[in-house]
Ligand binder design. Structure first.
Ligand code: 6PG
Length: 257
């Protein structure tokens, strides 16, 4: 019993086959669960199509997951030469900036695993935003498929304001239904971002949210419990059509579920 209330089981299916929610005891458990999903998704994709197309998330939450994948035992469970790395979003900063999502992945995953540069497709945050978005759209089309790229797995974070990727409340990118990648101006940060759009996320075979800590408690509950106004939160727009949606939360973020 927690606080007198019977706690829900740590894992329950919200809507069969379309959305699953797993509440894990701690942040390290979320990282371990997410790393396990990566390994399983990679095995499945490589067995079916000979290649695994994965888009990494930005922010700080994925660090621990990356670090688990980069060392044994998990590092031995993936055929890394058949993995192609993409990003869901990027800040408009140079790749060596400490705010770069690419740099975080380089340090925690790509360099430790010695992933060859030709298997890594980063968003060019250093370029003019609209040009960078257009060229990444071409990269996705060339590497995954021009008729609407279908990623095998995309990791997503959740912001306290309910944003995900660089799809922030009230920003233009939320309305994009044909472009796969756009430059999105974020007034609250007074900065440009690059982000894939809902058409890409909702075409993915597997979408996994990683949410940890008390700051994610309200947006997670609002979205997953469909509380009044939940559609104002950008993460609520992630509803993969023919794919699986999995939320991985620690106890703090999942407290109201
Ligand atoms: C980014 C992200 C963003 C992030 C969330 C959660 O570029 O910052 O892609 O959507 O995933 O803001 O960030 P944390 O993991 O740091 O809480």
């Amino acid at each position: 019993m927690v606080g007198g209330r019977k706690r829900r089981p740590t894992s329950y299916v919200l809507r069969p086959a379309s959305c699953e929610v797993r509440i894990l005891p701690s942040a390290p458990d979320v990282a371990a669960e997410g790393a396990g999903v990566f390994v399983a998704a990679a095995k499945e994709a490589i067995a079916a199509r000979g290649v695994f197309h994965v888009a990494l998330s930005g922010g700080s939450t994925p660090r621990a997951l990356h670090e688990l994948l980069s060392r044994e035992p998990l590092s031995r469970k993936v055929d890394w030469k058949r993995v192609r790395f993409f990003w869901g979003d990027e800040r408009c900063v140079p790749p060596d900036s400490d705010r770069s999502n690419y740099r975080m992945a380089l340090e925690t995953l790509l360099e430790p695993l010695r992933i060859p540069a030709e298997h890594v497709f980063r968003m060019r945050g250093e370029d003019q935003p609209r040009a960078a978005a257009a060229s990444y759209e071409e990269v996705l089309g060339r590497e995954i498929g021009a008729r609407g790229p279908r990623l095998d797995l995309i990791f997503l974070g959740l912001g306290p304001d309910g944003h995900t990727l660089s799809l922030f409340p009230g920003t233009r990118a939320l309305r994009e239904r044909s472009r796969t990648v756009v430059a999105n101006y974020v007034p609250k940060f007074r900065e440009w971002r690059l982000t894939v759009t809902y058409p890409v996320v909702n075409a993915a075979r597997r979408v996994v949210f990683l949410a940890e800590g008390a700051a994610k408690r309200d947006p997670a509950a609002k979205i997953l419990r469909k509380k009044p106004g939940f559609r104002q939160l950008p993460a609520s727009g992630v509803r993969p059509r023919g794919g699986q949606l999995l939320w991985l939360l620690d106890q703090e973020a999942g407290r109201d579920l």
